[in-house]
Write a new protein. Structure first.
Length: 236
């Protein structure tokens, strides 16, 4: 495997914009179909979404997918056909296993504030699982600095469990100048939804930029002068 770091800038990503939604897609999604861009490793969807106050995604189905949602600002209300319901806010790790099939909605319950979140889809290692839902507040862990495993199917003490033993999602709220090592993996996907960070061997990544790492080891990521919030998928 040739070691590579492929930087994808925010402005080059497919863009969906409606009266209520502003979304940039890292990979093929919906009518934005590109057979050369269907995922990286096990990660198939990395949508950077902004949903206007009082609007959102009405009830719709999913099947055989591990779906992780990470809110950056505002709130998102989840309801599903398994009678799960919750308000997702910054620092709350949330996972939905679609399994054999689930219907859910994701609405912005606030009347005056937009919600900004990243939704990520990973292939499960077990098909036809029972649908399920899990969430846990990890704000205290994030406040300690560094990268925190927030979703994992491996042997991590992660906040939420995903049905994919070859994948772990790490999150970090990096302080100005704070440096971390990107977890070593066959495939890693680094996304910077907020702030600026410099990646060893690739340079600066601004808000909305991503880097796809393939066999690239553990390059150092350093937050810029305003800090940065980062999401890293470590995948076999």
């Amino acid at each position: 495997m040739t070691a590579t770091i492929d930087v994808r800038r925010a402005a080059t990503r497919p863009h969906t914009r409606t009266s209520w939604l502003d979304s940039r897609h890292s990979f093929s999604f919906g009518h934005h179909w590109d057979p050369s861009n269907v995922g990286h490793g096990l990660l198939l969807v990395n949508n950077d979404d902004r949903v206007r106050a009082g609007t959102g995604f009405s009830t719709h189905p999913h099947q055989d997918m591990e779906i992780v949602t990470w809110v950056l600002s505002g709130e998102l209300e989840h309801k599903d056909s398994e009678r799960n319901r919750g308000i997702i806010y910054p620092g709350l790790a949330q996972r939905m296993t679609a399994g054999t099939g689930i219907w859910h909605s994701e609405m912005n319950p606030r009347p005056d504030t937009d919600v900004h979140f990243v939704q990520m889809w990973v292939l499960p290692d077990t098909e036809a699982a029972s649908p399920s839902y899990e969430q846990l507040d990890v704000n205290d862990l994030l406040a300690r600095g560094g990268l925190v495993p927030v979703a994992s199917g491996r042997d991590h003490d992660a906040a939420i469990f995903i049905r994919q033993e070859q994948a772990t999602l790490w999150a970090g709220r990096l302080q100005p100048g704070e440096a971390v090592a990107v977890p070593d993996a066959a495939y890693a996907h680094l996304f910077v939804p907020v702030g600026i960070a410099s990646l060893e061997g690739a340079g600066d990544l601004g808000a909305g930029d991503a880097a796809r790492l393939t066999g690239a080891g553990s390059p150092i990521l350093t937050a810029g002068p305003e800090g940065a919030e980062v999401l890293v998928w470590q995948m076999g």
